[in-house]
Write a protein that binds this ligand. Structure first.
Ligand code: UDX
Length: 448
């Protein structure tokens, strides 16, 4: 099928390359001309595992091209995915300005088309947005009628940063919110032959028949919108839940990871997203939970649990600093911060606990020294006045304490020799690592 995708960020580009690799003819659209030029040369402008190789391949085969011209991209394709950003306003609500502008541009293309076209909202939008904000713009600006001249779908993404391409190609499920059968049937054709992840093999290692293909769920437009928010809110709540249990564990000298393993063996609960630590960050969980809180309030529903998910997380982010200041006055002390990205495998620092930790350390007068294998440049923009190092060895040397904030694999290579180069040999861990350091030199945020 001829597919256009508006937005070449963490969602649009993996989706574009993924669909091109499945045999579709893909046109990616972005307003950023530099990005479009880079993509057309096969250069990947974002940090995503496997994406540079696949992008180079599909661009050289001619199955993916990029353009700044939304109208023509829509006009010359059969289906359009809207995958632009939905930034958060100060009050937690989502800002639809970018979505609306992109929709207006797309509607111009619809206007010039004679054939049936399906418009698919992939951006995360609160329930009813597709029906009440996007669909009317499409109709007004194109002069056409939804359901007759064109179809509308809402197709949320569940991509994790760093593994977005893999998640796109092997989804747990595909949710198709549809205006009508014809819209949904057309979108379902795009996802023909998408497998579920390998983890969903049965106990003998065979792909379970139930999961041969990724399950496709057809819903209303607004249910699809809410499925995205409910999924992220539940995952975020699992993390805040295990962090609260972890804070109890810490008081009792219990290892929260033993507790999580025991709890997670119950198949009704599942072990995933029960890794306790310094809290969740990233571009999705904090923003989406806040947006859902704001939306619930607008509906007159008190989102008590969701508020607690955020509150627990806010406190958790600086708990390591509290634990450090219980042990020492950090004024003028060299404190090493290991890891700045909100999770390993990305250079993204959005809502990373490292930001709150550095803020708190600076407020208390500490001399902050930081290292991250990928996210240093991004953190420099926010905190230009701390000292950055090229490796953890340097960062630890002569430090009065170290805080481990992101679970990059390389931090498992920290040995007692490295710890002995510190002024005071103490590593406080905000993420669970797999190393052989002695107990007297380490302490966990929610484990002994
Ligand atoms: C998340 C969702 O997983 C994805 O489906 C959605 O589309 C976007 O938001 P992402 O933000 O890329 O993806 O990262 P994820 O791997 O889910 O981790 C989010 C945060 O939670 C990270 O800060 C991570 O360190 C933290 N986390 C995750 C925990 O603290 N404990 C866990 O058990 C899992």
């Amino acid at each position: 099928m001829r597919v256009s995708i508006i937005g070449t960020g963490y969602v649009g580009l993996p989706a574009g390359a993924g669909l091109a690799s499945k045999g579709h003819d893909v046109t990616c659209v972005d307003i950023d001309e530099d990005k479009v030029n880079a993509i057309n040369q096969g250069d990947c402008p974002i940090f995503e595992d496997g994406l540079p190789e696949l992008l180079e391949q599909v661009v050289s085969q001619g199955t993916l091209t990029a353009t700044t011209d939304t109208t023509n991209a829509v006009k010359n394709t059969d289906i359009t995915f809207l995958a632009v950003g939905t930034p958060m306003r100060d009050d937690g609500s989502i800002n639809l300005d970018i979505i609306k502008q992109a929709t207006r541009d797309a509607a111009e293309g619809l206007k010039e088309k004679d054939d049936y076209h399906v418009f698919v909202v992939k951006s995360t939008v609160v329930p009813t947005t597709t029906e009440t904000e996007i669909l009317p713009i499409l109709e007004q600006e194109s002069g056409k009628t939804a359901g007759a001249d064109f179809g509308v779908c809402m197709n949320p993404e569940f991509l994790r940063e760093g593994t977005a391409l893999h998640d796109f190609l092997e989804p747990d499920r595909i949710v198709i919110g549809e205006l009508d059968d014809r819209s949904g049937d057309t979108l379902e054709q795009v996802y023909n032959g998408f497998d579920a992840p390998d983890e969903l093999h049965d106990s003998d290692g065979h792909r379970s028949s139930a999961f041969g293909d990724a399950p496709i769920l057809r819903t209303s437009l607004r249910a699809a919108e809410l499925i995205k928010y409910a999924s992220n809110a539940l995952l975020a709540t699992k993390i805040s839940f295990i962090n609260e249990i972890g804070n109890i564990c810490k008081e009792l000298d219990i290892d929260v990871y033993e507790v999580a393993d025991g709890v997670g063996l119950d198949h009704r609960i599942d072990r995933s997203f029960l890794d306790s630590g310094a809290g969740f960050g990233g571009s999705c969980f904090p923003k989406d939970v806040r947006a859902l809180i704001h939306f619930a309030e607008e509906q007159g529903v008190e989102p008590a649990l969701l508020r607690q998910t955020i509150d627990v997380n806010v406190k958790q982010k600086t708990k390591l600093v509290d634990q450090l200041t219980d042990r020492m006055d950090v004024q003028g002390k060299k404190i090493a911060v290991l890891g700045l990205a909100f999770k390993p495998g990305t250079d993204d620092i959005r809502k990373s606990p490292a930001i709150n930790i550095i803020d708190a350390l600076k407020t208390k007068g500490a001399d902050v020294h930081a290292y991250d294998p990928a996210a240093e440049d991004n953190m420099r923009e926010l905190h230009p006045d701390i000292t950055y190092h090229d490796g953890f060895e340097d960062t630890l040397s002569d430090a009065d304490a170290a805080l481990l904030v992101t679970d990059w694999d390389e931090f498992n290579d920290i040995t007692l020799e490295h710890i002995r180069t510190m002024n005071q040999p103490l590593l406080l861990e905000g993420r669970r690592m797999d190393h052989d350091l002695p107990d007297e030199n380490t302490d966990g945020i929610t484990w002994p």
